[in-house]
Ligand binder design. Structure first.
Ligand code: TYD
Length: 215
């Protein structure tokens, strides 16, 4: 649990609508005069964005999933040190598109890395800075992929979008398992609803948990 500010993450498969919800939530917090940082992983700082390029253009694909997980974690360490922790220390809200659960699902469960390896990596990279609240946007893999295809248009699919449908079905299961294992942190949301419906539910929960609104 973060000390001063609040750390909120969005997780889910491809095309689940996370980035839209990150923007909506940060905007709504700012409209109340609160400081809110919208950021993403891999990325969020110049060094981490450079690593993002390597990770998503397929350069790191020939490496073993464990090595890939370490590069995602290297990007995460930079992001946490330079952006996330300083913002939380100031009392800001940090709203992040993907975080450590993505490493657990994409590299851990689907790359068949041992639970011990992922646990150790997470402890070293993230330490105490686990999210206060995580929204898992849940959607059938086929629906998410077709949304991602539409959004991408003529651009080439990235390294993970190009994986077979079985990979994306497995991802959905992994995220749901993480949510079931950590119900106090994770909230599963039906990603098939409209952007407004999801944003309203997200807001109700954030208000209740962090802004002292009545249930
Ligand atoms: P992005 O374009 O942000 O995907 P999306 O819009 O679906 O969120 O690309 C991030 C990709 O990186 C996505 O396919 C998931 C993958 N990823 C991992 O494999 N491990 C990680 O730890 C993180 C943060 C992302």
């Amino acid at each position: 649990m973060s000390e001063a500010g609040r750390f909120i993450t969005f997780e889910g498969g491809e095309g689940a609508g996370k980035s839209t919800q990150v923007t909506r939530l940060a905007d709504r917090l700012r409209s109340l005069g609160l400081e809110a940082i919208a950021t993403r992983e891999p990325g969020g700082t110049p060094n981490a964005e450079a690593l993002r390029g390597l990770l998503l253009n397929g350069f790191a694909e020939p490496l073993a999933p464990a090595s890939e997980a370490m590069i995602f974690s290297a990007a995460r360490i930079d992001h946490l040190e330079k952006l996330v922790r300083p913002a939380l220390a100031r009392g800001a809200f940090v709203v992040c598109d993907r975080f450590a659960d993505s490493t657990r699902a994409y590299q851990g469960a689907l790359g068949h890395i041992s639970g011990d390896f992922i646990d150790t990596l997470e402890r070293l990279a993230v330490g105490e800075t686990m999210p206060d609240l995580t929204f898992m946007l849940d959607l059938p893999a086929e629906d998410g992929l077709s949304r991602a295809n539409l959004r991408r248009g003529a651009n080439r699919a990235d390294r993970f979008e190009s994986e077979a449908i079985g990979f994306h079905r497995g991802l959905r299961d992994s995220f749901l398992k993480i949510a079931a294992a950590q119900p106090q942190r994770c909230v599963v949301m039906d990603g098939a609803r409209t952007v407004d419906e999801i944003a309203d539910d997200v807001w109700r929960l954030v208000e209740r948990r962090f802004l002292g609104a009545a249930a």
